[in-house]
Structures are given as structure tokens and as C-alpha cells.
Design a protein around this ligand. Structure first.
Ligand code: PEP
Ligand code: MN
Length: 362
């Protein structure tokens, strides 16, 4: 059975753990042995070549670290994985006997680099994991899978590590869960591993994001684990000790994606009620927008602007003030009212400035 089938068919979560970077043989082997002793992972990771955003940061120990992670794998009897970013990395990793390769987020964005790696793997039977690109571009992510498949590398797994945005308050890389969900829709057979370490950038949020990934039925987790996280040479704030990894994994509640007949019936009954209410909401919205058009007609006839700011401010404030009465959050009320207002403006604009009929060709 190949890796992606094993991940799909095995117990959730399939855990990949190990340091962000291999720093020394002792650090790599000791942390991997502790992870294995706790039975916390099914695969070991370590970064050997680190694609750093800015020069001057620790860029990985390079080739000499390959033997360390391979040795950790042998001592623990666990498969190993490292990041490769170019052809020479692939050749060295294959020679050293690494079990699986992963493509980093900074590489997935670059079709030339992905193609170079895929070409270097032509005819090689090795599993590859593909991290999402830095930016939320589903096609770029899908395209990387296709480049590998085209050269015959078909044992593929996805890693969701979040997307880069400027100065986000909570996350290092925003999860944008809709993207991995969309990938899953297009490639249901491809397992998805969540990497909460790079999403959060912060060990305090690791549990929350790991639990969410499990609740979305992801297949596994990749979690950076270090013997002394605070003094790690890279990504110190997000790494955790093997003991903490064990605690997080034990605390995760695994919910089943399979619904019993009885529960399914109960859910269906509630969904039917929800669906009836949605029908009524849409009828009401449609009626409401017809009134907007009537108002638009009067504004046109009397030559007054569509937007009457004072009136709108009054309306939105009234709704925001009464949000508690309806047990709705003010964020939701604001978004809903803005959406309604925008649609109303669109409808009134169409009444006020109807599209001109094409001039007769005569
Ligand atoms: C990593 O896994 O250490 C890494 C560099 O990840 P990413 O490609 O997600 O930034
Ligand atoms: Mn890292």
C-alpha cells in the first residue's frame, strides 16, 4: 500500500513530527526518539535546507543533516521526510534514503521549481507531499499535483500550512479553510495533512487549530517538535517539546465523519426546517428588493440621490442596537445589513440609470 492510501485508510490523525530544522545529530535523533517512544508520530520530519524569507537567517545545515534524519528513522523504525526545493536536493535525498519528500510553500508558488523537482523524480517510486502555495491560489496548488502526476509520481499528499497575509493579528499564515476544502472537492482521494505550526506561528494556538483540522475531517497533522523549543535555530515560537505534543494529541477529540442512521434522521429533520426558513428568507429578501426598486423609481422621478446617508446610518444603528434581542452577533448584523444595502443600491442604480438600448444599426 502506498503512503497516501495508508494515510487515508489508517487511524486519524496521521502525525508527522520532528524539528523545524535539523541542528545537530544529537538534537535530531534525541527528539525523534522521544517522539517515537511516546508513540506520537507515524513519520518524522526535519528541515535540512531552509528557504528563508530574508537572507542572514539560519538556512539549514545542508547535506550533512541528511544522515541524521535517516539515522533517526532507522533507530525508531519510522519513515522520514524532508523538504526539497531543487533537483540537487532531490538527488541527495534519494541517495541518503529519505522515505518521503515534501515541497515547501515557497516552492509550490513557482511552476519552474516544481517542474524541475518533478522531472528529477521521473521513474522514481517515492511519496511526495505538497504544501499549499504561500498565496491562496487553488490552481497553483492543483497544478503542482498535476506536474508530478504527469511524470508518473502518483503517491501524493497535500499539506495545508496556511496563506501569507500582511500583519495578521492572530495567525502567521491565515488558514482560509475553504481552500483545502476546495482541494478536497477536486481531489477527494488525496489525503490532507494540516500543519498548525506554520499556520499559527505560535505554540499557544496549536491545539485549537489541530482540533479544528480534525473537526473538518483532515487526515493528519504535521507538528514541529524540538527538544528545547525556545532555543530552536528556526521557528522557535511555534515549536513544542515531545511531551507537549503528546498532551495535545491526547486532548484532541476525534469526531466521526460517519453518521449513524438515527442521528442522520434527526439531522435531516432539522435541516428540512432550516431549508424551509431559508426559502422564507429568500422570499422576504426578494419582496424587500422590489420595494427598493419602487423607492428608486420615486428618487429618479424626483431627481434625488440613491444614497441618503443619514437614513442609512439610522437604519444600521437600529439593527446593531437590537442585535442582542435576536441573539445575533453585531459582526453578523453588520455584514448582513451591508450585503442587503449593496444589493439595494444595485437595484436602485439599475432603475435610475437603465442600461441604454443599443442604437439601431440603421
Ligand atoms: C517548514 O516546514 O519548516 C517550512 C519551511 O514550511 P513552509 O514551507 O510551510 O513555510
Ligand atoms: Mn518551520
Amino acid at each position: 500500500m502506498n503512503l497516501s492510501e495508508k494515510i487515508k485508510q489508517g487511524n486519524r490523525p496521521f502525525v508527522i513530527a520532528g524539528p523545524c530544522s535539523a541542528e545537530s545529530e544529537q538534537q535530531t535523533v534525541s527528539v525523534c526518539q522521544e517522539i517515537a517512544k511516546n508513540n506520537s508520530a507515524q513519520m518524522l520530519r526535519a528541515g535540512i535546507w531552509k528557504p528563508r524569507t530574508r537572507p542572514g537567517c539560519f538556512e539549514g545545515v545542508g547535506e550533512e543533516g541528511l544522515a541524521w534524519i535517516v539515522n533517526a528513522g532507522k533507530l525508531t523504525n519510522l519513515p522520514t521526510t524532508i523538504e526539497v526545493a531543487k533537483k540537487s536536493h532531490v538527488e541527495l535525498a534519494l541517495k541518503a534514503g529519505v522515505s518521503c519528500l515534501w515541497i515547501g510553500a515557497r516552492t509550490t508558488v513557482n511552476p519552474f521549481a516544481v517542474q524541475e523537482i518533478a522531472d528529477a523524480l521521473k521513474g522514481v517510486d517515492i511519496p511526495v507531499m505538497i504544501k499549499n502555495p504561500m498565496n491562496p491560489d487553488l490552481n497553483l496548488w492543483l497544478g503542482a499535483f498535476e506536474r508530478f502526476e504527469k511524470v508518473g509520481v502518483t503517491d501524493l499528499t497535500a499539506i495545508h500550512r496556511g496563506f501569507s497575509v500582511y500583519n495578521h493579528r492572530k495567525y502567521r499564515n491565515v488558514p482560509s479553510w475553504e481552500l483545502p476544502i476546495a482541494l478536497n472537492e477536486k481531489r477527494p482521494e488525496t489525503p490532507i495533512i494540516c500543519d498548525p505550526s506554520h499556520i499559527t506561528g505560535n505554540r499557544e494556538l496549536l491545539f485549537e487549530v489541530s482540533q479544528k483540522a480534525m473537526d473538518l475531517n483532515f487526515d493528519g497533522l504535521m507538528i514541529e517538535t524540538h527538544p528545547d523549543p525556545d532555543n530552536a535555530w528556526s521557528d522557535a515560537a511555534q515549536q513544542i517539546t515531545p511531551t507537549r505534543l503528546k498532551e495535545i494529541l491526547e486532548a484532541i477529540v476525534l469526531r466521526s465523519a460517519i453518521v449513524s442512521k438515527d442521528v442522520a434522521t434527526q439531522i435531516r429533520e432539522i435541516r428540512d426546517k432550516v431549508s424551509d426558513l431559508d426559502d422564507r428568507l429568500f422570499d422576504l429578501l426578494s419582496e424587500r428588493m422590489n420595494f427598493s426598486e419602487e423607492v428608486g423609481q420615486l428618487k429618479r422621478e424626483n431627481n434625488i440621490t440613491i444614497l441618503q446617508q443619514e437614513h442609512w446610518t439610522k437604519i444600521i444603528n437600529r439593527r446593531l442596537n437590537s442585535s442582542g434581542e435576536y441573539q445575533l452577533t453585531t459582526v453578523f448584523v453588520r455584514q448582513l445589513m451591508d450585503a442587503i444595502h449593496q444589493e439595494s443600491i444595485r437595484r436602485q442604480t439599475a432603475v435610475m440609470n437603465p442600461p441604454k438600448k443599443e442604437d439601431d444599426a440603421s
